[in-house]
Ligand binder design. Structure first.
Ligand SMILES: *[C@@H]1O[C@H](CO)[C@@H](O)[C@H](O)[C@H]1NC(C)=O
Ligand SMILES: *[C@@H]1O[C@H](CO)[C@@H](O)[C@H](O)[C@H]1NC(C)=O
Length: 352
């Protein structure tokens, strides 16, 4: 009966039963076509390391499929390369309350030299720092550690992992400042550090990312100081700096030649003149500036932004003048404009 329970073990988004079924189908076919003994594809080094990794996590039930009697290329939550049979992906994703990992990220993870992608998602009892042995994973393209209890700084060594394309460390308890060395990552497409306890400034070096620069999702932290002028060199699809303590002039992030789609600066202390800014009229779809100290008036140029779907300038008490009529600007209700000195549709008409 305990075998039946194991079959219902939830892991990595599909059930053990469905994986076994597909394995059985493949095996059935092999037996039919090639009546030879099944040989293990899994690389012995990787198998040994994964078993050590499981042990370091105290053999969680969640990893019951990691059975030493079976080919590790058939295990859950890992992927083996078709040709080399080396493990290139470890993805531990909890989808049910009973998939519980606790303790630290196992040091043995650093001994999987072919790893390109490492994921830990939704393990609140996973604690400690970002495991230092990750520094050895020079082939790593994607590092996702999200919704965990991981704390401590974002390590400088990430800058040495030159193949990194995606760093997503959202919803953890990371603290300290953002390492300026990350700008040395030549292939980085997305840096997502939102919902942590990060402090300090956005590094000035971030203006020297290779063009157009990665999407920067830094919201819900305690970042402070001004936007470095060098960030004017960037032109990613998405910048989200919302819910921090950033201040000063953010106008370098705007401009008609850019291709930015989503720009969220809401809930900071930014203070600059909105009147003179220009906007990428074809790409921009999301502009949220609410809760800042932005002044001046809404430029007519905004009526030319064709696909604006989200717009919010509320709670900028110094913003004044008539809301330009036309384009998408009247699509938004009064709550996109309230707590300002603006007037005109959708707010009451300007008097005078
Ligand atoms: C998960 O593991 C932690 C640490 O061992 C433990 O305190 C907690 O009760 C466990 N949660 C569940 C749902 O099993
Ligand atoms: C704009 O932001 C304010 C403040 O967060 C919010 O109350 C309002 O609903 C938002 N309006 C729109 C249209 O997004």
């Amino acid at each position: 009966m305990s075998g039946m329970v194991a079959l219902e073990l939830p892991s990595c988004g599909f059930t053990l039963l469905s994986k076994m079924r597909s394995v059985l189908m493949v095996l059935g076919l092999c037996v039919l076509v090639f009546p030879v003994a099944f040989s293990e594809r899994c690389h012995p080094h990787d198998k040994k390391v994964l078993l050590q990794f499981k042990k370091e996590l105290n053999n969680p039930y969640f990893l019951a499929s990691w059975n030493p009697e079976e080919d590790c290329c058939t295990w859950y939550c890992v992927e083996c390369d078709d040709k080399t049979h080396r493990i290139y992906d470890v993805f531990l994703v909890s989808s049910y309350p009973d998939t519980n990992l606790s303790g630290q990220i196992p040091p043995s993870v650093g001994d999987l030299p072919y790893l390109e992608s490492l994921t830990f998602h939704k393990f609140p009892n996973l604690v400690g720092p970002i495991q230092p042995t990750i520094a050895k994973l020079t082939k790593l393209k994607s590092l996702l550690i999200t919704n965990t209890g991981i704390s401590g700084p974002i390590p400088d060594f990430l800058a040495q992992l030159k193949n990194l394309e995606l760093i997503k460390l959202s919803f953890n308890s990371l603290s300290g400042s953002i390492p300026s060395s990350l700008s040395q990552l030549p292939n980085l497409e997305s840096l997502q550090l939102d919902r942590n306890k990060l402090t300090g400034p956005i590094p000035g070096s971030f203006g020297s990312f290779k063009k157009p620069g990665p999407d920067l999702i830094l919201s819900h932290n305690q970042l402070s100081g001004p936007i470095p002028a060098s960030l004017g060199n960037l032109d990613p699809d998405r910048l989200d700096f919302s819910r921090n303590k950033l201040e000063g002039d953010a106008s370098v992030l705007f401009g008609s030649k850019k291709k930015i789609q989503v720009l969220d600066l809401s809930r900071n202390m930014f203070s600059f003149d909105l009147s003179r800014l220009t906007f990428p009229k074809e790409s921009l779809i999301w502009l949220d500036l609410n809760h800042n100290k932005i002044y001046g008036s809404i430029p007519v140029a905004l009526t030319k932004v064709e696909n604006l779907q989200q717009f919010n300038v509320s709670y900028n008490p110094q913003l004044k003048g008539q809301i330009p009529q036309g384009g998408q600007l009247q699509r938004f209700d009064q709550y996109a404009y309230f707590h300002t000195k603006l007037c005109g549709s959708p707010l009451p008409p300007c008097t005078k």
